[in-house]
Every structure is written in C-alpha cells, then in structure tokens.
Design a protein around this ligand. Structure first.
Ligand code: GDP
Length: 701
C-alpha cells in the first residue's frame, strides 16, 4: 500500500451532509467498495468503522473529522490498476454544534460530495455547510441519497438544490424507478443504464436505457451537453456545427466546469440499498480536483512579513497545516495534517511557524479505516497523522525551518455558552484539569477557565450539545466523572463612548513605597474588532520596562467588565501619559494603577452588555405559522424570511440565545411534534436595558 501516487491521482475530499442524510452510510459503502473494510457495517448496529468514538455511535452522529485513506479504480476502467486513485476521505460532522469541525475540514479538503436525503431535499444544515463550502471555494458534487425511501423524489430534491443552493446544479444521472421500485441509474453522459447486482450491489451491469425513460433521458442529456459545452469555446463551436463530441471531451469540459464551480453535477442512489455509491466514486475521480488543480497555497513569511506562495510540488519547501489534534486512545495526541508542498521525512525537525517552536517528527502515520500504516515520508497533497508533537494545536502551520511560512489560520467562532463543571470526587478533581486542557487543545471553540470568585471550573462552547459531548468524553476517555451545571449565556461587555482616565497607585508611608501612575484613553471599536492596546508614551514619562505591566493590568481588568463582570471586548486602550518614581515604582504598582485607571475609564464610556444572537431556521407545516412567528416575536426575535418548501413553511429568524433554552420542547408543543429547527451563532448585539437589568440582578444573587 505504500506505493507513491502521482499527485494528480490524489483526491482529498469530504462528505458533507445534514445529520441523518446518510453520510455515515455513504462513507461506509465507500470503504466497502474501495476494499478497505470487508464487511458492510450498518449505522444502526453501531459497527461503522468511520465513527471511532463510542459516544458517536450511541448518538449516531459523527463528531471527529478523522481522515481515512482508500483506493478507487473507476468502475469503467474494469479493474485496470493504471486508473487507480488514492482518495483521502475527510470526515465532517452534520450537527450544527460542530460547525468548527466542518470549517476545519473544509479548509483542508479540495472537493466535496454533498449528501441529501431524497425525501427532504435541502435541509437547513445543508444550506449552512453549503455556504461555508462557498466561502472556501470548494468544488462539489451532489448525491441525492435514500431514493428507496417512501416519499423520495429525485425531481423535488433536485429542484430544492437549484432553488436554495445553486442554480447551476444539473443531473448527470436519472433514477430508474423510485421508492421500493428504485432499480438503477441512467448515466446521462454515456446514455446507458446501470444496475447493481450481487449481495452488496458490487456487480455493475450495463444495459440500454429502459423504453419509458428514453425520452426524458434524451432531454436531460441535451441540457447537460449544452451546459458542458459552455465551458469550452472549441467544444461550443463543434457543438454548434453539429460535429460529434466524444465522451472524453465532454468529461474533460465537465471537469473544468466543476473545478471552476460553474457546474454542480447531481448524482443519486441509495447507499443503504447498495445502489449508486460506486458511480459516485467514479465522479469523484473524474470531476473533483486533485491537489495540483488548485492555485498555489498562500502564506506569510514570519521573518519578512511578505506574502509567499508554495506550489503542490514535492520539490518545494515543506509546508503543512495541522487541522486537527485528536486525543487518540492508542497513541496520545494525534495531529492530523495536510501537506501543501514539499515532503516530510521521519526523524527530521520542522518549525511550527505559528508558535515559533521546533517539533521533531517521530512517527508519521497514514490512517486507513481499520488500521494504521507507519510511513517514512509523506508528500505534497497528502493527509496524514503525526504522533508525539509537543506544542502544535489545531490551525498551526508546520514548515521547513529554512523556509518559514505561516498559512492562513482557520477562523473559529467564540463560545456563546458556558457552564460550571463539578468533579464528583477528589480523585476526579485531580484528573479533571488535565482532561479539560487536552480537550481544549483539540477543539478551539471549547474554552476552560476558573471563576475567580468561587474557584469553580467553567467550560464554554458553541451549544448545549457541544458541552454535553465534551463532559461525556471526559468520562469515557479520561475516566473523569463530572457534573455539568445549567448552561449560561456567554454575555460580553463593551463600551459605546470613549473617555480618558487616570489610574494612580501610590503608597509612600513606611517601608518600601509603591508608585504607579498612568493616563489612559479608552475608545470604542467596531463590533468584532477585539481588543487593542497602544503604547503612545513619549519622552519616557513611564520607563519602557513598566509598559508590559500596564498592558497586563489592562488585559486582566478587561476580563471582568463593570456592568456585570463579563469579558470586555471591542475597545482600544491608549497609554498616553503617566509618571514614575525612581525607587518606589514597580511592575506590580503599574499593573494595579493600569487596572484601576482602565476600570474608571470604562465606567465613563457608556458600558453596555452584549448577548449572542442566533440565526434560527424553523420548518413546519403552514398551519402552525402564526403560532411559531408569534412565539419568536415574544422571544425578542426578528423574522427575516418566510418561504414555502414543498408542503411546509420555512421561517428564518434571529433570536437572542438566552431566549432559546428549551426551544425544542416549545416547538414540539406548538407544532404537535411536526416542526423542526436548527440554530447557529450569528453575532453579538446590545442587550436592551430592561433585560440587562435582570441579568445584572441575576448575577448579583
Ligand atoms: P448521517 O447522520 O448523515 O451520518 O446519516 P446515517 O448514515 O447515520 O444515516 C441515517 C439513517 O438513514 C440511518 O438509519 C441509515 O440506515 C439511514 N439511511 C442511510 N442511507 C439510506 C438509504 O439510502 N436509504 C434508506 N432508506 N435509509 C438510509
């Protein structure tokens, strides 16, 4: 298996789906047909190979973005190994609380297969993930799954993709039959019918298109060819002059259209009933990019600040992105990384250019679904795992120390929810700190802190389920039993105005004195700008050695705002004057003076409370529309859009997170169990005065 693959025969792809659309089942079938696993594992048995973690099996959702390598020779090549490709499958989760996993996988994959449930078509989460994939410019194929299900409709699902995701979606297959009568597929390029025989559909049989589908297939074929020839001027001429266009020419132009995101091919089938997965893999090979089809990777040289590019070439300097650190039960920390250029050899040293530290490359492994292969080197375009890195977290760049480069970081949202965690016993207490630290290293949207008043441990993340899962993992993987308190909204504070303030900490009676004195200017910044400290001291009013202490004092004070003690964000602090004493001044005195001055300044700059506002989408039958929108309004929500989808209404709204606790239950009772919703963080917004009063009161209790 260690043969070296030419880079053009590598595909780094992900399967993206709404939860329950069948991503796990599709991945399973991929591993089965590519020969990695020899037994088909059903999701409901909890035996799937992709879902490593026990609790994922129980919950039936895939949380980790594990990467798996497999090999595929397209079915049309009839076993000719010259056509074999290496597919690195990067697993992505469907649940909204794990957005971060989707984002980080999108950052490193080159192409994606988006799986839809053939009964429900486009669902809210598919939409969210689709837009992320747009942000990262990821070429895509659509796979409409579950055509065997009662109520499945290829046409409706296709229409929902065109209407809600991209009008350039176009079928390259048609189903033969539907629901229990779903038998096979028409390939609209080859104009042939394919059936899947044998116990697991492994034998593909080619036949003529059935009589009743000939007309429709011809119509779709025509539309597809028209769309494809638009991608290539020469082909367009040929087409207009009615010359024959070969299959190879069509495939080549279709590939071009997919790579430039101008065409989204739509395929279909049923993973569970073993129809269509192999042809989907053929399309991955034929139409999704290899690493070499992508533009060179951009980064910043940390020494010069200049932008530099690296081509996906083994002879370029090595650069890779660590896209996931997983606490692995067998090897400890396992760092998944993607090589963008150059090669990495075992036993060498690399630079972690994000942290400016050195890492030794002990073991490089390639992950297959059910075994790990140790390899000596890994090349551009590949995905692998590293064992035993000391200091590398998710999003860090690893590179050739002689040619330092920092790749663009993965951008992660701030946590919006927090809860206390209490260890059950003294022994748990001791292990909990380490366990939480490890989990936080893995997941940049998970934070751990201590409550300075009570000494309690506080965890923060992207949603209730996110925190639940982490507490659960602590128990399973680290044997730490802990109880999580009621989740709280992660409010923040900021200021609307600006002020100048003075902080003095002077004690000069008896013994060694204290002398710190600063003048600060505090200004509001635009939302999301973060926190900025500027040193504008001139003429040595405060000696340089004390400036870091001033900054530290301000940063520490900013962790506890003046309204209700929440983190202060989006402000700029300028240190512009002050004074010192030759003997009595110390770092400690300046730190205290800075923190006092800062707090006073904040008090005088119209401090306000901010709350996370969520984007929600509710789907329910039209009968319940009035009750749903009324309830959203009573939750301080704002309706953004109401649309029809098949027989249901889709309501998009923004609602403060604090109003959304228990919404699943509310919605169920409003809609007699027929409504669904998804929710994700959108932005922080000012809390209205009356509500702010309640939060402040609540905090005092
Ligand atoms: P995921 O949440 O996207 O990973 O979805 P799963 O692969 O776990 O599938 C969700 C459910 O749909 C499971 O019960 C599967 O057995 C079922 N399922 C998956 N694919 C198909 C299919 O093609 N047809 C039918 N009828 N059910 C399917």
């Amino acid at each position: 298996m260690a043969q070296k693959y030419p880079i053009e025969k590598v595909r780094d792809i992900g399967i993206i789906a709404h939860i329950d659309a069948g991503k796990t089942t599709v991945s399973e079938r991929v591993l089965f047909y590519t020969g990695v696993s020899h037994k088909i594992g059903e999701v409901h048995d909890g035996t799937t190979v992709m879902d490593w973690m026990e609790q994922e099996r129980e919950r039936g959702i895939t949380i980790t973005a594990a990467a798996t390598t497999c090999f595929w020779t397209p079915s049309y090549a009839k076993g000719d190994k010259a056509f074999e490709h290496r597919i690195n499958l990067i697993d992505t989760p469907g649940h909204i609380d794990f957005t971060v996993e989707v984002k980080r996988s999108l950052r490193v994959l080159d192409g994606a297969v988006v799986v839809f449930d053939g009964v429900s078509g486009v669902e809210p989460q598919s939409e969210t993930n689709w837009h992320y994939a747009d942000d990262y410019g990821v070429p895509r194929l659509c796979f409409i799954n579950k055509l065997d299900r009662m109520g499945a409709s290829f046409e409706n699902s296709l229409q929902s993709i065109k209407d809600r995701l991209n009008p350039n979606a176009i079928p390259i297959q048609l189903p033969i039959g539907i629901e229990a009568g779903f038998e096979g597929l028409v390939d609209l390029l080859r104009m042939k019918a394919y059936y899947f025989e044998g116990n697991n559909g492994e034998t593909i049989v080619e036949k003529d298109i059935p009589e009743n589908l000939k007309e429709s297939a011809a119509k779709h074929h025509e539309a597809l060819v028209e769309k494809i020839v638009e991608q290539d001027d020469d082909l367009m001429h040929k087409y207009l002059e009615k010359h024959e266009i070969t299959l190879a020419e069509l495939k080549k132009a279709l590939r071009k259209g997919v790579l430039s995101l101008k065409i989204i091919p739509v395929l279909t089938g049923t993973a569970l009933k073993n129809k269509g997965t192999q042809l989907m893999l053929d399309a991955v090979v034929d139409y999704l990019p290899s690493p070499i089809d992508l533009p060179p990777t951009k980064g910043t040289n940390p020494n010069t600040g200049a932008e530099e590019f690296r081509k996906p070439d083994d002879n370029e300097p090595f650069v890779a992105l660590a896209f996931k650190v997983a606490a692995d039960p067998f090897v400890g920390a396992l760092t998944f990384f993607r090589v963008y250029s150059g090669t990495l050899k075992k036993g060498t040293y690399v630079l972690n250019s994000t942290k400016d530290s050195q890492e030794r490359i002990g073991r490089i492994i390639r992950l297959h679904a059910n075994h790990r292969e140790e390899i000596d080197e890994i090349s551009a375009g590949e995905i692998g795992g590293l064992v035993g890195l000391k200091d590398t977290s998710t999003g860090d760049t690893l590179c050739d120390p002689e040619h330092p480069l920092v790749l663009e970081r993965i951008d992660f949202p701030e946590p919006v929810i927090s809860a206390r965690v209490e260890p059950k016993t003294k022994a748990d207490q001791e292990k909990m700190g380490m366990a939480l630290r490890r989990l936080a290293e893995e997941d940049p949207t998970f934070r751990v802190s201590g409550d300075p008043d009570t000494g309690d441990t506080i965890i923060a993340g992207m949603g209730e389920l996110h925190l639940d899962v982490l507490v659960d993992r602590m128990r399973r993987e680290f044997a730490v039993d802990a109880k999580m308190g009621r989740p709280q909204v992660a409010y923040k504070e900021t200021i609307k105005g600006s002020a100048e303030a003075e902080g003095k900490y002077i004690k000069q009676s008896g013994g060694r004195g204290q002398y710190g004195h600063v003048r600060l200017k505090i200004e509001t910044q635009e939302r999301g700008a973060g926190f900025e400290f500027v040193n504008a001291i001139k003429g040595g009013a405060i000696p340089n050695e004390f400036i870091p202490a001033v900054e530290k004092g301000v940063i520490e004070a900013a962790t506890r705002g003046v309204v209700a003690g929440y983190q202060l964000v989006d402000l700029k602090v300028t240190l512009y004057d002050g004074s010192y004493h030759d003997v009595d001044s110390s770092e400690a005195a300046f730190k205290i003076a800075a923190s006092m001055g800062f707090q006073e300044g904040v008090r005088n700059s119209k401090p306000i409370l901010l709350e996370p506002v969520m984007k929600i989408q509710v789907i329910a039958p039209a009968d319940f529309l009035g009750d749903i929108t009324g309830d959203i309004s009573s939750k301080r929500g704002r309706i953004e859009a109401m649309n029809d989808r098949f027989n249901t209404k889709v309501i998009d709204a923004q609602v403060p997170l604090s109003e959304m606790f228990g919404y699943a239950t509310t919605l169920r009772s409003i809609t007699q169990g027929r409504g669904n919703f998804t929710m994700e963080f959108d932005h922080y917004d000012e809390v209205p005065n009356s509500v702010a009063q309640q939060i402040i009161e609540g905090k005092k209790k």
